[in-house]
Design a protein around this ligand. Sequence first.
Ligand code: HEC
Length: 150
Amino acid sequence: MLKNKTRSLPMMRPALAALALAPLLAPVIVMTTAAPALAQGFGGPGAYPEQSGEGLYKGICQGCHMPDAKGAVGAGAYPALAGNRKLTAKAYPVLVVLRGQKAMPEFGSAFSDAQVANVVNYVRSHFGNGFADTVTPDEVKTLRATLTAR
Ligand code: HEC
């Protein structure tokens, strides 16, 4: 009996190991499929050849904020950008995109001033958002400088 038991143990080990790892791996799989990355940079300068606000939104932002910009709650909470009064002052979304915020990754290392301006202008003028003023690449540059001046 004892002999049988010890012989069956090595066979059990891989299965047990998989069982023990499953709870650890599951969230990783969920996180990597639900969102392109978490709270870290999205590459360096020139990482995104796309320049238009619409293209950047569809290629990157909508993965978390959803195609209708109404956000989502699942593996994390992704705020709606549609009808979001926090977009009223244009500096706010510019700073969030440049430096990231909590679970929102930063795009300041990857986006040019024009790319930041384009995607913020796109979000502030679509999805039912009707902010008439726009942000210029020069304004993004000025805001970016306040971050590096720390
Ligand atoms: C990996 C997921 C993810 C991606 C990609 C992402 N965001 Fe976010 N975003 C978040 C999360 C999470 C928050 C909430 C941050 C917090 O808790 O303050 C957020 C917050 C914001 C906010 C502030 C909203 C508020 O109510 O305070 C803006 C504006 C925003 N994102 C714009 C964008 C834009 C534009 C892009 C594309 C360039 C983008 N996000 C890409 C996850 C993401």
